[in-house]
Design a binder for this molecule. Sequence first.
Ligand SMILES: NC(=O)c1ccc[n+]([C@@H]2O[C@H](COP(=O)([O-])OP(=O)(O)OC[C@H]3O[C@@H](n4cnc5c(N)ncnc54)[C@H](OP(=O)(O)O)[C@@H]3O)[C@@H](O)[C@H]2O)c1
Length: 294
Amino acid sequence: MTPAPGPQQKIGLIGLGLMGRPMGLNLLKAGYPLTVWNRTASRAEALVAAGAKLAKSPREVAASADVLLTIVSDPPALEEILWSKDGALSGLQRGSIYIDSSTVSPALARKIAAACAERGARFLDAPVTGGTWGAEKGELVFMVGGDAESLKEIEPILGAMGKRWFHLGPNGAGQIIKLAMNMILALEVDALAEALALATGAGVQGEKLVEVMQSSMARAPVLDVKAPLLLKGEYAPSFPLRLMHKDLGLALDLANQIGVPLPATAAARETYSAVKGAAREDLDYAAVMKFWKK
Ligand SMILES: NC(=O)c1ccc[n+]([C@@H]2O[C@H](COP(=O)([O-])OP(=O)(O)OC[C@H]3O[C@@H](n4cnc5c(N)ncnc54)[C@H](OP(=O)(O)O)[C@@H]3O)[C@@H](O)[C@H]2O)c1
């Protein structure tokens, strides 16, 4: 079975966290029939109010879908929704396309691709960048691994949630680039926090550093967004530190498997680990600044 083109394709969405909810709303806005499931059912309310159908299990979502989309926190969460009792893989339709936008390991992406192939379905790993504001505005960027033809078929769906997508190679390639991308973001924000600690510790206001940085080569869009938060000490989660910490761990695991040393990433992960260990609430990864504000 080949999914019907355009908004007739029935979409199933599993994972209604910070990212999944706005992505689902954009799919509904574009006119796609949407069935959703979330472990904490109350998080589905906004989507159900906007027209989505609430399923009883991941299996039921997959069984209803021409195109299944998942976006959950980490590898254990993804394995749970796929392989547990009433998991999504047991309901996946032959000929359907499954897109996973969670950030997980490339090895897990390849394992899922093999499990989908056994069921006559196609799989794309398609993690995203752009943050919660990108998800809300429909301006995400997708990093896609898998076959080009399947990607072609789901481009209108990606277009309802994002502004660009890159085909990066076979299954796993999307996750490899995503992990490399997040290493850069984690190191950039960690570097700003460290530089602020030096400047303020030596007696110059942090605002001065940021002002000069904005006119220099060190300027970066992520720092435009995060610098004001670091200066104010406001860390409401947009991209939670627990997830950045997970991504640094995934990057280091991959590096270990292939024998590539990542000394700066390893050091940054120690800093993120210390803040994560001391945190009592869910914080944005900008809270890495707390390492110097004990
Ligand atoms: N936030 C960002 O800016 C951003 C940007 C790019 C990529 N990402 C990636 O996108 C993914 C989702 O991020 P998010 O910010 O939406 O995270 P989030 O707000 O923490 O949401 C996580 C989702 O995973 C579900 N989940 C967690 N453990 C589960 C389990 N064992 N079984 C079933 N469901 C489980 C949660 O369900 P409950 O509601 O029941 O907890 C929730 O739906 C992550 O892989 C993250 O790295 C996030």
